[in-house]
Design a protein around this ligand. Structure first.
Ligand code: PNS
Length: 166
């Protein structure tokens, strides 16, 4: 069996996975910061058929591509199935995840431990969510928009334009 990329060295490819339904300014802040740590940061949208997303995976990747255009070393992709398998296919040695606060911690810890068990050597790097964005989630953005609120300062321009047209 070929050695796992997770155990290797060389340029650091990291994956920032998520639902991104839709991408928020909090995600974008983490993408910018993660891109400074890794040689290549792959923002990976989960093609999740069990959740009922507001946007299709094509729409989510499209908005992410527009929002991250011009950021060096950042690529947008999507995946099905296990994150660790996608990481292996893309030669990634690390997963990047954001922590907004204590309420995120236990779930994120369990995911990191599980992923490390499934693919030994695959590390999860936690970045604290930017202070400005600690309260922010895609779920809240969708709720505010549904009730007629303005989220223009909370999401990239491309997302706000799209949300207004729904
Ligand atoms: O933005 P989210 O919804 O918090 O992201 C969750 C995500 C996509 C990182 C997680 O659900 C995931 O990795 N799903 C892929 C399936 C998988 O690998 N599950 C086992 C580890 S949790």
């Amino acid at each position: 069996m070929a050695p796992s990329a997770a155990a290797g060295s060389g340029p650091l490819v990291a994956i920032y996975p998520g639902s991104f339904d839709p991408v928020t300014n909090g995600h974008l802040d983490l993408i910018r910061r993660g891109a400074k740590l890794a040689d290549r940061l792959i923002v990976a949208v989960l093609n999740n058929t069990s959740k009922q997303p507001l946007f299709s995976v094509e729409e989510r990747t499209g908005m992410l591509r527009e929002a991250t255009a011009g950021l060096d070393g950042v690529e947008v992709d999507s995946f099905d199935g296990l994150l660790v398998d996608f990481a292996e296919r893309r030669g990634a040695r690390a997963i990047v995840r954001g922590l907004r606060g204590i309420s995120d911690y236990e779930t994120e810890r369990d995911m990191a431990l599980l992923n490390g068990r499934l693919r030994p050597g695959l590390e999860t790097i936690f970045l604290l969510a930017g202070e400005e964005w600690r309260f922010l989630s895609s779920r809240m953005v969708k709720e505010v928009v549904k009730l007629g609120g303005d989220v223009s300062g909370l999401v990239p321009g491309v997302v706000w334009r799209r949300l207004k047209s729904i």
